[in-house]
Design a protein around this ligand. Structure first.
Ligand code: GLC
Length: 563
């Protein structure tokens, strides 16, 4: 019914609903909005961002040296993938000390210096908290495996096998093979959802919970703005260890495909999230979750019944719309808008193929990269960018097994090539190694760095980077884009995705041409009390005249409705 009403009527009603703003609350702006609702987050994969000491691997001083770039781009918070001491089996997602920095990335002093550089520019630092497991080299696990009566024995999940050579049940690791590893020293198996070098912590042990909550406190006191919580779906397992149901077929590792009925998304996860949120609230921080939700009902659970869990559970449902389909995006955006918390939009990260290739058609990838920016940076919600997305970096997977660095790429080759392709070094300029390092980097720089790099794109007003900057600038200054409601319009259009974002002060129309042909869209502005739309940001010749917006192929038009 909502969508059949005229816009002017809807906009009028929605604008005059009472506001729940409380300008007095710390961490909120004058209008009562929490900082993380307005912030643009940017994920940095530290190995690949900037290498200050020329050892081929990025580091914290490198990140600090790029703070002006990040500020100028329009980033308000950086999420740094794990930079803690680690044997690097899973490139940092195997943490051997939660309260330090890996020497490869620098020192705690470097961390403090980087945070202070960020703070000077109003940028918050978000750390990646690997909650499900530690490294097998963490002192807790070393003690745990030393004897059945060790102080930390019950900090991990140890069980007897079903019989000689038989693991406790049929659960498989998401990285291939059984999820149980036999340890001959104590004659029991320990559980690992990921690699065997990543034993799962036993969150049923209150000592584990206390210790982990303290870790967040320790970092908050050091000035971090919050955490991205890694792999929260997998924190708990069925204590009775029921076998998972087996589905048809085999995965890339040759294991039977399982329904993860007993080893993921157990209700106890929410107790932990509430505990972490309590600490977070003391520091006015934010919790982002790596939440692989199947639907909005699951997403809602992660916000918490009283909005007391994650502020920003990542909406990967959005990343599953893998083609330029207005209908599919409309459906997904509407679903996320109906959720009980504030939406979070992600289109790329260090585990998934970059958006540049997922949506690109091979010919118009730059236009399509701008189109995607026009979409996820103008929706109602918080966007999380991924480094390099703003310059149109391409996924460049290894072509030979011997070049693969990500272990799942080696064990799963050729079906699973691993995640190296989306983790290649940031492309800063046209110099050797794309200006990332003076040494050969840990992963090769893709040849495309000559076409797509920061230095060149900063000079080119039509580059992907210049477009990102324009949209980010607009997003920070337009009240309608920051806080306004979302109203889908022209919902039957098969080629153009359009919506209006509006608040009391402003209405902004966003029109995104998801087709390779020019489109003329009649928005009927005049029927809704508006004269036309004044262009705020648009690609190429995309423009509005009266009721009609003309969009070039894959064009974007963002305009303020005028009376
Ligand atoms: C998360 C991380 C991924 C890592 C895994 C195990 O999914 O994003 O990179 O391999 O957790 O920690």
């Amino acid at each position: 019914m909502r969508l059949k009403c005229s816009w002017i009527f809807l906009i009028a009603i929605l604008c005059f609903l009472p506001s729940s703003a409380n300008p007095q609350t710390p961490g909120k702006d004058a209008e009562g909005h929490e900082w993380w609702k307005h912030a643009v987050f940017y994920e940095i994969y530290p190995r690949s961002f900037a290498d200050s000491n020329n050892d081929g691997v990025g580091d914290l001083k490198g990140i600090a040296s790029k703070m002006d770039y990040l500020k100028d781009l329009g980033v308000d918070a950086i999420w740094i993938s794990p930079c803690f001491p680690s044997p690097q089996v899973d490139f940092g997602y195997d943490v051997s000390d939660y309260e330090n920095i890996d020497p490869m990335y620098g020192t705690l002093a470097d961390f403090d210096a980087m945070t202070s550089e960020a703070k000077k520019r109003g940028i918050r630092v978000i750390l990646d908290f690997v909650v499900n497991h530690s490294s097998d080299q963490h002192k807790w696990f070393i003690d745990s495996k030393s004897s059945r009566t060790a102080e930390h024995r019950d900090w991990y999940i140890w069980r007897d096998g079903k019989g000689p050579g038989q693991p406790p049940n049929n659960w498989t690791s998401t990285f291939g093979g059984s999820a149980w590893k036999f340890d001959p020293i104590t004659g029991q198996y320990y559980y690992h959802y990921f690699y065997a070098e990543q034993p799962d912590l036993n969150w049923r042990n209150p000592k584990v919970a206390d210790a982990m909550f303290e870790v967040t406190r320790w970092w908050y006191k050091r000035g971090v703005g919050g955490f991205r919580l890694d792999a929260v779906d997998t924190l708990f397992e069925d204590p009775k260890l029921h076998d998972n149901p087996i589905l048809a077929g085999k995965n890339a590792f040759g294991d039977p495909i399982e329904e993860n009925k007993y080893d993921t998304k157990l209700p106890e996860v929410h107790d932990v999230l509430r505990g972490l949120r309590k600490v977070t609230n003391e520091y006015n921080g934010v919790l982002i979750g790596e939440t692989w939700t199947a639907d909005i009902a699951e997403l809602n659970q992660y916000y918490g019944k009283s909005n007391d869990e994650l502020q920003l559970p990542m909406d990967f449902l959005f990343t599953t719309v893998n083609r330029l389909s207005p209908a599919e995006f409309r459906k997904q955006i509407a679903a996320v808008n109906s959720a009980s918390g504030w939406p979070t939009f992600v289109i790329s990260n260090h585990d998934i193929v970059r958006s540049y290739d997922r949506y690109g058609d091979g010919q118009h990838n730059d236009q399509i990269a701008k189109l995607m920016a026009g979409l996820y940076l103008t929706l109602r919600g918080t966007p999380i960018m991924y480094y390099g997305e703003e310059i149109g970096m391409k996924t460049t997977p290894p072509t030979r097994k011997e070049d693969v660095k990500d272990p799942i790429g080696r064990s799963g080759w050729p079906k699973e090539k691993g995640r190296d392709g989306e983790r290649t070094p940031m492309q800063w300029d046209e110099n050797a190694n794309a200006g990332f390092s003076q040494t050969a980097p840990w992963l090769p720089v893709p040849p495309t760095y000559k076409m797509h790099n920061v230095a060149d794109e900063l000079k080119d007003p039509d580059s992907v980077l210049s477009f990102y900057k324009k949209v980010l600038k607009l997003r920070h200054t337009s009240r309608a884009l920051l806080d306004g409601d979302y109203l889908p319009v022209n919902e039957n259009d098969q080629n153009v995705l359009s919506y209006v974002r509006f608040d009391k002060s402003q209405s902004v129309v966003v029109a995104l041409n998801m087709s390779g042909a020019e489109q003329k869209v009649d928005f009927g502005f005049s029927k809704n009390g508006f004269a036309s739309a004044k262009s705020l940001v648009a690609t190429g010749k995309s423009s509005a005249k009266g009721d009609v917006v003309t969009l070039e192929p894959y064009g974007v038009f963002i305009g303020e409705l005028t009376k």
